[in-house]
Design a protein. Structure first.
Length: 506
């Protein structure tokens, strides 16, 4: 006997609820492992994580899930579903189809391989030994190529990887937007290097107490409207944000004793991710839509707060006083505007995560071009160090002497996360486009920053972006917020205006 569609919908919701429960439990465990779990807990905890992830994968790919999403997609039933249920069915069906194309044993082997590869990568990076990591990298690429074939794709094989992080994104679109951005970034970078007006940054590297840094991070988060009754701030080597549900969105930062900018901008960045997750509409709680819509849109929010707010001149005209008071004796003879120029210094460098706002995108483009070539069959894994160095010389004019500062610097490939890097620059482009809109929309945006009125900004973003969670696709979000599709011109214009002023280039 066939079940009524309302029963099927109930079954579907229960399945999703279970999956979300596993996901939340896993989220807490990962957070714990990365923040304060005793060293000896790691082995046992990893095996628990393995069991729970396996159980979650089983639910996601179960016959029952296949049956209900199929049934609920039938036209006459589909018509009767509300927007949330439709979108949930769509998401789960996509995930189901994608996951069931990979045999369970191949998937499990891949998970084991990447977890081994991550620890080999750590050692290899430590020793700056690329050949040590190479056999693992080769295997990961082979698996990924197999998965791409099983998933299927249109156009370039790399599109199958992009779709995991930025649904709808393709190499054609990326080539175009990155091409335009690069054409305007590279000459600007040359003008900046030639400018005699280089900012003084000495006061950014003094001795800063951890407690003072923690307090200041806390204060800035409060100013941004981060809700401490629905989150907390901890410390970890690599800062991150984790959204368990809108009532529990945790962030971490890292305090470097001799570098004030690191904790400051890590906190604001992760705070931006957290505001997104804290302000998703409560009626999406417990659904698969209760998260950011894509890595790129998520990154647009962290970058918006970090760069458009936290690295802006009006923001520091307001908050520099507080910074001076929070770190007695450290900034007594510094002016707010000098501080603003210092935190925006442009310096081509080898390390992506330490890059400034302007050169950052070039780091991303290099990784994108290499990944695309790997999966397009034009580049072999063994050729990566050489190709890496050639591109760094060409785009940034710097060369890594050690693989640790070159091809081995990021963990992404060890984790099998090919296709992820472009999200970072997409985030910058989305953020700049949204910045243009918010400035037109909220009269006197700079005035708000200068008066420390950050809540209206958070509310604007909530109204247009945060509350929708995954109800809208990334392309829908950018269209709905700004009235046009992704356009790299806004980022290029913003960077040009900002850095011409800072470096006094006419
Ligand atoms: Zn981020």
């Amino acid at each position: 006997m066939q079940h009524s569609w309302k029963d099927e919908l109930e079954t579907f919701r229960q399945l999703v609820k279970k999956m979300k429960a596993y996901e939340e439990a896993l989220g807490v465990m990962y957070w714990d492992l990365r923040t304060g779990a005793p060293r000896q807990s790691v082995e046992g905890r990893s095996s628990v994580i393995g069991v729970l992830s396996g159980a979650m994968f089983k639910l996601q790919t179960s016959e029952e899930m296949g049956r209900v999403v199929q049934r609920l997609s039938e036209e006459d039933i589909w018509k009767q579903l509300d927007q949330t249920d439709r979108k949930m069915v769509e998401e789960c069906q996509k995930e189901y189809v994608r996951s069931t194309k990979i045999p369970q044993d191949r998937y499990e082997q891949f998970v084991v391989l990447t977890s081994q590869a991550e620890s080999v990568w750590e050692d290899a990076k430590e020793r700056s030994d690329f050949p040590m990591f190479l056999p693992y990298l080769k295997k990961i690429i082979t698996y990924t190529k197999e998965f791409i074939e099983r998933w299927g794709y249109e156009g370039h094989p790399y599109n199958a990887l992009l779709d995991q992080y930025e649904p709808g994104m393709t190499t054609d679109k990326l080539d175009e937007v990155f091409g335009q951005l690069r054409k305007r970034t590279v000459p600007l970078l040359q003008e900046i290097a030639a400018s005699p007006h280089q900012p003084d940054t000495a006061f950014l590297s003094q001795d800063y107490g951890k407690e003072e840094q923690r307090k200041f991070s806390h204060y800035i988060l409060e100013q941004m409207g981060y809700d401490f009754t629905a989150g907390r701030l901890d410390e970890s080597v690599h800062p991150f944000a984790t959204g368990l549900n809108p009532g529990d969105v945790r962030i971490t930062t890292s305090f470097r004793p001799d570098d004030i900018s690191f904790s400051l901008f890590s906190t604001i960045h992760e705070g931006g991710h957290a505001l997104y997750e804290q302000n998703i509409a409560r009626d999406l709680m417990g659904t698969v839509l209760c998260t950011g819509t894509s890595m790129g849109i998520h990154e647009s929010q962290s970058r918006f707060w970090e760069n458009k707010v936290g690295r802006s001149q009006p923001f520091w005209r307001r908050y520099f006083r507080e910074l001076q008071q929070a770190f007695p004796g450290k900034f007594d003879h510094v002016q707010a505007d000098d501080f603003y120029r210092a935190i925006n210094i442009v310096q081509p460098s080898l390390i992506r995560i330490e890059a400034d706002e302007l050169t950052y995108n070039l780091h991303v483009m290099i990784r994108y071009e290499l990944e695309k070539a790997l999966f397009g069959g034009e580049l072999q894994a063994a050729e990566l160090p050489e190709a890496w160095n050639a591109k760094y010389e060409e785009y940034l004019g710097v060369k890594a002497d050690r693989a640790a500062e070159g091809v081995l610097q990021d963990v992404h490939w060890a984790g099998g996360a090919f296709g992820y890097f472009p999200s970072y620059s997409l985030g910058n482009m989305y953020a700049a486009q949204m910045y243009e809109t918010i400035r037109n929309d909220l009269s006197d945006f700079d005035g708000l920053l200068e008066r420390g009125e950050l809540i209206p900004i958070k509310d604007w973003l909530t109204e247009r972006i945060y509350r929708f969670g995954k109800l809208l696709t990334p392309a829908e979000v950018i269209q709905h917020v700004t009235g046009e599709p992704l356009n790299p011109r806004y980022l290029a214009d913003y960077l040009e205006a900002k850095y011409r002023a800072i470096y006094r280039i006419d």
